[in-house]
Design a protein around this ligand. Structure first.
Ligand code: NAD
Length: 265
């Protein structure tokens, strides 16, 4: 299937590693120009090299250092993207995972960090691109959330509280902007093997008196697919949702979880 992404411009947030990096590689492979960001310039430059190495001929890659908890950095990210390409067709909102912890362990500062990192960054990024996409009457916005948005997790209280807000926002915006050609969807990853899963795994493995490797193996066995997913498996879905071919999908959330979630919706 030809995805029609050649020469489109995709901004992929938090793309120095993990899911964001895999998504950036996916878009560049399809011939889209890609703008990536994350906080750490050195890691971001390395990621930029990886994305460039995978890119189809003619696809350009621009890396912008930005801390997504800072409104001014987000503005700078989109200014840079527009200066470079003059348009933005696809936005993938993403950030690091919010702090892990059960409710009694979380103080106001920790909550605020999670809210700024995951919810406010999504709001601010979308606010920047909507007017740009409205001008061309074409756009794709895909929010990376979590299965915790639909199936809350006891020790991921911040994630379980903040992510449903993103699904609500996504739906409100899809109701309003789909008729202008801007399609807004979310993906809910289950267990995809990245540094974030290693981090959560090490906290849980320590509490259970086991190793991260054993924890990951056991968790994998409990998923209908029998294993964790790969970042590329998640990226494939996002690249499709960002493409010309996903032209009748808006306001939905796609689970990419190997069958992890047990509910119907
Ligand atoms: P990761 O930790 O491997 O990568 C996170 C990325 O975010 C890195 O590039 C990091 O530099 C960047 N980042 C962190 N804080 C930032 C900030 N303030 N400003 C800019 N960039 C920042 O995580 P991942 O596994 O790729 O997960 C990405 C998102 O998806 C997270 O929010 C995570 O909670 C969520 N998620 C992941 C999984 C999974 O299985 N991996 C499952 C559900 C949800």
């Amino acid at each position: 299937m030809e995805l029609g992404l050649r020469n489109r411009v995709a901004v992929v947030c938090a793309a120095s590693q993990g899911l964001g990096l895999a998504v950036a590689v996916g878009f560049a492979r399809e011939g889209a120009h890609v703008v990536i960001c994350s906080r750490d310039s050195r890691k971001l430059a390395e990621a930029g090299k990886q994305v460039r190495a995978a890119a189809a001929e003619g696809a350009r890659v621009v890396a912008v250092t930005a801390d997504l908890t800072k409104a001014a950095h987000i503005k700078k990210l989109f200014r840079s993207a527009l200066r470079e390409f003059g348009r933005i067709d696809v936005l993938v909102t993403n950030a690091g995972g919010p702090p892990v912890g059960a409710f009694p362990d979380l103080d106001d500062r920790t909550w605020q960090r999670g809210i700024d990192l995951n919810l406010m960054s999504t709001i601010r990024c979308i606010r920047e691109v909507l007017p740009v996409m409205q001008k061309r009457r074409w756009g794709r916005i895909i929010n990376i959330t979590s299965f915790a948005a639909k199936q809350p997790v006891d020790d991921l209280v911040i994630s379980s509280t903040v992510r449903p807000g993103i699904l609500g926002l996504s739906k409100v915006l899809a109701n309003r902007y789909t008729r202008e050609g801007i399609l807004i969807n979310s993906v809910a990853p289950g267990f995809i093997l990245t540094a974030r899963q290693q981090e959560i795994g090490s906290v849980r493995a320590k509490a259970a008196g086991t190793t991260v490797e054993k924890y990951i193996e056991k968790m994998g066995e409990g998923i209908p697919a029998g294993r964790f997913g790969t970042p590329e498996e998640l990226a494939n879905v996002i690249v499709f949702l960002g493409s010309e071919r996903a032209s009748y999908i808006s306001g939905t959330t796609v689970n990419v979880d190997g069958g992890l979630m047990k509910g119907i919706i």
